[in-house]
Design a protein around this ligand. Sequence first.
Ligand code: SER
Length: 313
Amino acid sequence: MKTILVTGATGQIGSELTPALRQRYGNDSIIAAGHRKQPDADLTNAGPYCRLNIEDIAALARIVENYRIDTIIHLASLLSAVAETDPQRAWSVNIDGLFNVLEIARQNACSVFFPSSIGAFGPNTPTFDTPQDTIQRPNTLYGIGKVTGELLCDYYHKRYNLDTRGLRFPGLISYKTPPGGGTTDYAVEIFNAAVRWQHYTCYLKPDTQLDMMYMPDAIDAIWQLMTADPKRLIHRNAYNVTAMSFTPEQLAAEIRRHIPDFKMSYKIDPLRQVIADSWPRHMDDSAARQEWGWQARYDLATMVKDMLEHITE
Ligand code: SER
């Protein structure tokens, strides 16, 4: 990795990954691309920024050729709940967008990172210790896009020897940029609400258990996988990775250890509840541990403490 294009650089992962990569590889080696006209000054002042609609393959090709990109970290995507409100657009951004990335990567011999998700599983998938290789019949457009993406990345590697790599992320928790339109967003929103109002109304049922990860671990996971020795990568794409697994009730209890007056009430959103109920409760991430040494640093207690400290600041 020498000159890296980050698509979706203004999103939840991109806004933290881009500065982290700029620190490691130098500001000018990381080209941030996003759909926003006016992204945060932090992002544009530090290094190159290009406005990009991922559905526009010609614009993507121009960026990759002009900057002589050798790695594309492709984060541009619609999250699960928002994808369900506009399935046609979700197909175009999430599936056609990835296809554009793989085609331009093939033509320019770039490595590609693709983030899959717990959303790639469905109601028939084993819920606990969800295996790396198992039944995947998701019933959301987001999930269909993730499975398609996993298969496309495998295909481009096998057919064209493209260096594709990827992870299945759980819900990601961060304080810098809100996720916007995901099913796991409650686990981010709750922190701002707890600090400001000591109250949060949760849209998932109290016992809805899902895998989660704190953003510093997600950033490390991407970097570790992309720099791993390719000879060790048996799966290469779509590695299950997780750091913790909890319910809204358990997260509220942990927050209460720091903010004793914190109260949680529930108003269930049927759309997001159905999506959450179709996802695993806890994934088995032993393939990632064995093949490239994955290990999370943050658990529920250390993540909550760190989130509250940063949000209070
Ligand atoms: N956090 C994502 C979502 O809720 C799952 O990958 O859509």
